[in-house]
Every structure is written in C-alpha cells, then in structure tokens.
Write a protein that binds this ligand. Sequence first.
Ligand code: GLN
Length: 332
Amino acid sequence: MIYDGKDNDIISQYVTFTKVYDEQVKLYGRTREAVTNTINICKDRDVLKEYLSSREKEVVDMMMTLFDEEQVMRAYVESEKKEAAEEAAQPEEEAAQPEAEAAVSEALADGVLNVGTNAEFPPFEYVDDNGEPDGFDIALIKAIGEKLGVEVVVENMEFDSLVAAIGSKIDVAIAGMTVTDERKASVDFSDAYYDAVQYVIVPEGSDIASAADLSGKAIGVQMGTTGDFIASDDVEGAEVSRYNKGVDAVNDLINGRVDCVIIDKNPALVFESTFEGQVKALPGEQFEFGTEEYAIAIPKGDGALLSQVNKALEEIKADGTFDELVKQYIEN
Ligand code: GLN
C-alpha cells in the first residue's frame, strides 16, 4: 500500500471521530461503515503500525500521536457497540422509523398536493366546459395524488411562471413540460412520462417545409416554451412573437400576422383539427427538431417527493391506468 493523499482524509476522520462521529459522517459524506473501518484499523496498535508501514514518516508520526488518544477512542468504540446492541434489541421499531420518515415529503404534510399548470395546452391541459382545468396531465396528477393519499389542488397560471413558483406557491408543476438543462438548474424532474417533438403550424398553402425555410420568418410561439427557445436561438433572423396562449399564436397565423407557429406535436394536431382547412401541422422531424420528454417538475432537492411521485407513476403505468388516460385524452 502506498501513501496516496487519501490518508489525509483518513487522518482528519480519525482526529475527530471520537468526538463528532455523526458530524464526520455528514461532513465527509462517508458511510458509517467507512468510519467504522477506520476505527477498526486504529483499534489495534499492531494493525495500525502495519497499516502505516509503507507511509511517509510524517503521516506515521501523526497517526501514532493520535493513537495516544487510544483510551478515548476505545471508550467511544465501546459506546458505539453498546448502541448497536441496543438497536439490535429492538430492530423493527428502530429500523422502520427512519425509512418511513425519509419517504414522506414535507410538501405533502398538509395532505394537499398543490399543482401548477397552464391550461392552454390541449390535450394535456385545457379548461373544460365547467371552467375547471382538465386534460391528460390533470388526470395523471390526480391519479398520482390518489396513490399518495393527498388531495390535488390545481392552480392555473402562466406557463412562463411555473418553474419559479415551484416550492413556494405550488408544490409541483405538470404542464407538458419538457425536461431541459436550464430548468434542471432550478427544479428536479420526475421520470419522463411522455415523448414529444415540436411541430410547425403553417397556413394552408404555405411553402414552408424545411428548417432552411424558417430563416427570417415571423414565428409565433408560446412564451418561455421549447418552441420559443428553438425560434429564438436556432432560427436565423427569425422575428419571434411570443404569446401567453398557443391558440392566440394560431389566431395570428390565420390573420396573417405570423408565418408559422412552433408548438408541441399534440397541441399542434389539436389546433389543426380545430382550425381545419385553415392550417396544417407539419412534423418536427421535417425541420430536424430533436425529441423532447415531458416530466413533472418538483422542488429541487426534495428527494422524498421525487421518489414518491416516481413510485406512483410506476404503479399507474403498471396497473394500466396510464394507458387508459392516453386512450381517453390523447388518442380519442
Ligand atoms: N413542452 C414545451 C415546454 O416545455 C411546451 C409546454 C407548454 O406550453 N405547456 O416548453
């Protein structure tokens, strides 16, 4: 064994583990087993000597000095042993509790999952005849809420303000939201639940048909969406008009104020049938747009909520609910 600098870590562990064991585990991200190994190595003077045999003198001296604290250390190891024995005596209670604690997110402590959406994105979310948000995403998040045993309250807001509201005004957002690196800087995402791609809506008879044709065009998009990012960042000379609602962009397309609209596939297909004979929805592959994935946005670092949502999503897929919702909302 050669001295490779890792010893510094071992030494600093050793310096303080007798006093602040748990703090060490936390600080250095080391497992209790790793620290226990260090303790075991140091427990026996011969083993310690052997362990240090090929190390630099400086390191050996340091470790041996520390070893003078042997009494303190042994007492500590004994108390650890005692604690472990006590734990072992009542394993069920002790073992089950931390797990249960770790699995429940604080966001759900009030029994309510506050969900943000932008109900302007059919078939994933729209306002129904009673003025209530409905759609595939809404049904999906309600099914997830049911699995989690919480009430789902849906708040309709602008798409562009969803990410910033997560963790304060709302617990999570479901809004046909594409997983992007930029968003990942502020929120975490559940496992992806749907594949998407941007489409290009053009007026009937338009000659726009390829990526090159988009250059210099007046393009309508929904503000702050991936369609907006493509039009603004990737299309040369585009004149981008941003709307709060996709349908307003399509209306301006029909009125001749923009040359095309870039929006996700499924809403594009819905708008194509709503405005039949007036507009056409062209597949994004034709424009070399990459595939995207929709996921539920979750407060950054809420690992408990993330795993709860993913587990519920998995169950919903396994028990056939997910496919039913796809049939009901997307393929009908
Ligand atoms: N999928 C797109 C995005 O995440 C659009 C979502 C939407 O408009 N609701 O940016």
